[in-house]
Design a protein around this ligand. Structure first.
Ligand code: PLP
Length: 374
């Protein structure tokens, strides 16, 4: 029995050929392939895009580029990958965990409003499972409190908000291209923004803040006489990664369609089920990165995950709430009603473009079977 993986990279011959081509050039660092991928992305979003080494690096540099640091606080949903929290704490700022909406697990703005402090400088909405939530409300809220918005769109490559691509609108939008995201470059990420200062800062800061080194690297050169004014990092993307990313972006239509069909299949099979709660995402707009369901309180999630694995089906948890991790928990009790209510009951079912509808039928059949047994 072949294991049905929770998620995986889906790689065609085209990515393999593109990587070989880079290897044969014997120039593996940041060069013309990164420039090409960035131009492709800028065209896709109709906005400047800068590539970096990961989605976490994208978030970290985005925060740094707007001056977030020691003494500041940033509001963020507790239900996210720890990457979002680590990016905030890496700047010296404090993440303030916030609750999510019950219907789709995107940020709960009523709760965010309660969490505002004098030192709050930014908010990071996380586009959970690919769903940007109510962006208009989030932007309205940020304007009222003069906050910068850094969208964690790691799940949301390809998603649409009000007829526009996520990334093509907004303040600063960060994507991840890690191995299992909607598109991958192996590891990688990008920042999309209309703010020239942000773009300029990030394109230097990813190369140790060596001023204008990016333009030299694009030509396989580097700067020898330079000045450095800011803290920087080795967060640039390599030509190997960019070559994979470029081919994935060319294939994205196919990858996106597959994800949507599979999620719609889950949705139609589970919609009327009395035991399972599904999240409310509109897959005509959302390109889903994960498929999450809520199981009944009476059932042991560990036992269910074990039984699924015995049936050859890998499952996951997106995510443990960050406000319960040792690094981020507070002495004061933090109450996040929706997060606390659901965090022990969420389970992610396999979703990646190499699955097909018959596999989804099989997974749902086993899920409902095992729920009866648990
Ligand atoms: C994947 C992910 C990140 C981080 O991206 P990496 O490329 O893995 O560093 C950040 N936030 C969320 C919600 C993610 O899923």
């Amino acid at each position: 029995m072949e294991l049905i993986r929770l998620s995986k990279s889906c790689i065609s011959e085209k990515e393999k050929i593109a990587v070989l081509e880079v290897l044969e050039k014997e120039f593996l660092g940041m060069g013309p392939k990164v420039k090409f991928f960035e131009d492709q992305l800028s065209q896709y979003f109709d906005k400047r895009s800068v590539c970096v080494s990961s989605g976490t690096a994208a978030l970290h540099l985005a925060l740094q580029s707007v001056g977030i640091g020691q003494g500041d606080s940033v509001i963020v949903p507790s239900i996210t990958y720890v990457a979002t929290f680590q990016a905030i704490s890496a700047t010296g700022a404090t993440p303030i965990p916030c609750d999510v909406r019950e219907d789709n697990f995107t940020i709960n703005i009523d709760d965010a409003e309660k969490k505002i402090k004098d030192n709050t400088k930014a908010i990071i909405p996380v586009h959970y499972a690919g769903d940007p939530g109510n962006l208009e409300l989030i932007y309205h809220f940020a304007k009222k409190y003069e906050l910068r918005i850094i969208e964690d769109a790691a799940h949301a490559f390809g998603s649409i908000y009000k007829e526009k691509k996520v990334g093509s609108i907004g303040d600063i939008v960060c994507f991840s291209f890690d191995g299992i995201k909607n598109i991958t470059s192996g590891e990688g990420g990008c920042i999309v923004s209309g703010d020239e200062n942000v773009i300029q800062h990030i394109s230097d800061a990813r190369l140790l803040s060596v001023e204008n080194d990016s333009s030299a690297r694009y030509k396989r050169k580097r700067s020898w006489n330079f000045d450095v004014r800011h803290q920087g990092w080795r967060y640039h993307m390599s030509d190997i990664m960019a070559a994979i990313g470029s081919e994935q972006l060319k294939r994205f239509g196919e990858l996106q369609t597959k994800r949507k069909i599979l999620a719609k299949t889950y949705q139609s099979l589970l919609r009327d089920n009395q035991k399972i709660k599904i999240l409310n995402h509109d897959y005509d707009k959302v390109t889903p990165h994960i498929y999450v369901v809520v199981i009944p309180e009476s059932i042991s999630r560990n036992e269910l995950m074990k039984k699924m694995l015995e049936n050859g089906i890998q499952t996951g948890i997106h995510y443990q709430p960050n406000h319960k991790l040792s690094k981020y928990k507070s002495n004061k009790e933090i109450r996040l009603p929706v997060t606390d209510n659901y965090c022990e009951r969420i389970i992610s079912l396999p979703l990646h473009p190499d699955l097909d509808v018959s596999k989804i039928n099989f997974i749902v059949e086993k899920l409902l079977d095992n729920i009866k047994k648990c």
